[in-house]
Design a protein. Structure first.
Length: 258
């Protein structure tokens, strides 16, 4: 799946203008979820942004996620269609299982996702917050290819084995919270590189993540200044030594554990 290195994470965004501004600046990947409660906001921003520009709808990947109480086989289809209606799209470009919990059962949830692909409601299927054995089972059960795995990834937390698996099996890793909730400004290795490069710690954190094939990022931003800065971070290329220095950071904690 061909995703840009920096997309827009929208958790907590409640203003459609933020999404429309992001599209005007060059964002082409919008990520939301049913549990965020803002699919309508993202849909309004998408519509406004497309109407105000020459950006084609097919050039924007709109992604959302089914929450844990949407995952019974009989609930997947109705929940996805409700999400599409709120987003104002005929087809959801990328639909994730948000977490393999609650009503999730690979034997019933995943075939229901396949049916959505067959019906044209969903273009591609992804999963989020899965472990290796759960990824293997999903790939085994799905008829559709697994297009993406969304997982927490930042200088204070990542699992290299998940990236190895993605490379081996040919799907994208979508890194959420790549700025560690702002804590990248407290990581000495990140700050040292930022000072040497005349860059921000946030830019260095995004550059570190996107240096790890096949990782793309979806940092959240609300102001135009931060939207621009995150998008520009894709152009910062770290050396192998700089990447290794951040890799060597003692990992502290997961921001969004199970």
């Amino acid at each position: 799946m061909n995703l840009p290195p920096v997309g827009l994470g929208t958790m907590g965004i409640d203003d459609p203008d933020v999404v429309a501004t992001a599209l005007s600046l060059g964002y082409r990947h919008l990520d939301t979820a049913r549990i965020y409660g803002n699919e309508t906001v993202v849909g309004e921003g998408l519509a406004d942004g497309l109407a105000a520009s020459d950006v084609a709808r097919e050039d924007v990947t709109v992604a959302t996620k089914l929450w844990i109480d949407d995952l019974a086989g009989s609930e997947v289809g109705p929940a996805a269609r409700e999400s599409a209606d709120r987003l104002g799209v005929e087809t959801i470009d990328l639909l994730y299982v948000h977490r393999p919990r609650g009503d999730y059962d690979p034997e019933t949830t995943l075939p229901a996702l396949d049916r959505l692909v067959d019906d044209g409601v969903v273009r591609r299927v992804g999963v989020s917050n899965f472990e290796l054995d759960q990824l293997d089972r999903a790939i085994e059960v799905l008829d559709a290819p697994l297009s993406a795995h969304q997982t927490e990834l930042h200088p204070l937390f990542y699992k290299p084995e998940l990236l190895d698996h993605a490379r081996e099996r040919g799907y994208a890793v979508v890194a959420y919270s790549p700025l560690a909730g702002g804590r990248v400004r407290e990581v000495d290795a990140v700050v040292d590189i930022a000072e040497a490069r005349d860059a921000t710690p946030e830019a260095v954190a995004i550059a570190w993540a996107t240096a790890k094939d096949p990782v793309v990022t979806i940092p959240k931003a609300s102001s135009e200044r931060h939207l621009r800065a995150n998008l520009a971070a894709a152009g910062l290329e770290l050396t192998a030594e700089e990447v290794a220095a951040i890799d060597a950071v003692e990992r502290e904690e997961e921001l969004f554990p199970e």
